[in-house]
Design a protein around this ligand. Structure first.
Ligand SMILES: Cc1cc2nc3c(=O)[nH]c(=O)nc-3n(C[C@H](O)[C@H](O)[C@H](O)COP(=O)(O)O)c2cc1C
Length: 334
């Protein structure tokens, strides 16, 4: 039997489950064009905001955590897309015309204002994007303006905005959740009740990357000062897997899993933890779009070796094994 990487989520046909996450690899139309040509199944656009929302970047805005010279973690204090809404409307049309089988998800964020959210959604309704992803989860910069993670850590506000978007959206709506909460499943339940069609997790984990003991400056500093940033890459994978599994335990909605995926094995683990497709950012920033070749081959060969027809046969396999600590203590030794 030969397996297929094709999968269908909410009636949308994905030629494979590997999507570029909303981040620098999806900040420009020409980069996404190139990535699609190399085999990526889709892209979540760098988060689009109303044109009048100020985007003052700090620089430098990236740092890495290494172990024996291998990069095991990444931290950023980057903000959102610097391109206009018009740029993205034209870009989405161009990309869909050239790559009709690829999935384009428009990530959006707006101030907590019904008209602002609905105007953004209505404008993007008229593009051939396949779905929306609501960014309720950026942990730096935006929370100071009352948005990003400030939304995603508040179940009531998350539900309210999801409701506003669902009133006008003509495409499925995924909500991208923050891991920086005590109970991600509670936020997932709130947005599901408000009408979300799917969930995405995780955005970056808020962190403090480190301190240089010679200079006593933070590793990531702007003129010596720093702010807490968003961590990604391999160091956050156990947190991402836990969040996706917790969401899957409480919801049947499709989940776009992400956080620290570098290899096909990492992706397969996310699917076993309940994800319907996966998104990748940091590994692409470190090693380029070409990583898609080994990801596709590795997952395909694995499904074949296991005798699985598609990723649905792998989905949730690990969730079925999750139980309470109390129940573990009752398990007889094997
Ligand atoms: C430099 C950088 C910029 C990012 N920008 C966005 C963004 O604009 N919108 C968003 O939803 N997530 C953003 N993210 C988060 C990623 O989409 C992703 O959720 C996170 O990095 C975890 O995945 P990874 O470990 O594969 O990087 C950004 C991440 C990084 C590293």
């Amino acid at each position: 039997m030969t397996s297929t990487l094709h999968t269908n989520i909410l009636g949308i046909d994905f030629e494979n489950p590997f999507l570029l996450a909303s981040a620098p690899p999806t900040a420009l139309v020409e980069s996404i064009d190139k990535a699609f040509g190399m085999g990526w199944g889709g892209a979540v656009l760098k988060t689009i905001t109303p044109d009048d929302l100020e985007m003052n970047e700090a620089s430098p805005r990236y740092a890495v955590l290494t172990d024996k010279k291998r990069i095991i973690g990444f931290q950023n204090i980057e903000l959102l897309s610097h391109q206009t809404i018009k740029y993205w409307c034209e870009g989405i049309k161009y990309l869909k015309h050239k790559h009709p089988s690829k999935i384009i998800i428009a990530s959006i964020m707006s101030p907590v204002d019904k008209t602002a959210w609905q105007t953004l959604v209505k404008t993007l309704n008229d593009t051939p994007a396949d779905a929306f992803e609501l960014n309720f989860s950026c942990p730096h910069g935006m929370p100071e303006k009352g948005i990003g993670m400030a939304i995603g850590t508040d179940a009531e506000v998350s539900a309210q905005i999801t409701g506003w978007v669902k009133e006008v959206a003509q495409k499925p709506v995924f909500v991208k959740l923050s891991p920086n909460v005590t109970n991600i499943a509670a936020i997932g339940q709130a947005v599901e009740k408000a009408g979300a069609d799917g969930l995405a997790a995780i955005n970056t984990v808020q962190g403090f990357m480190g301190i240089d003991l010679n200079t006593l400056r933070p590793v990531l500093n702007v003129n010596r000062k720093t702010t807490f940033g968003g961590c990604s890459g391999p160091i956050v994978r156990p947190i991402g897997l836990r969040c996706v599994a917790q969401l899957r335990q409480t919801s049947k909605l499709p989940i776009l899993g992400q956080g620290g995926i570098s290899t096909w094995e990492d992706a397969a683990q996310y699917i076993a933890a309940g994800a319907d497709a996966v998104q990748i950012c940091t590994e692409v920033m470190l090693n380029g779009y070409k990583i898609i070749g080994p990801l596709l081959k590795g997952l395909h060969d694995y499904l074949d070796a296991k005798g699985f027809a598609d990723i649905n046969a792998l989905k949730n396999k690990a969730v079925e094994l999750l139980t309470t600590h109390k129940a573990l203590q009752k398990t007889p030794p094997s």
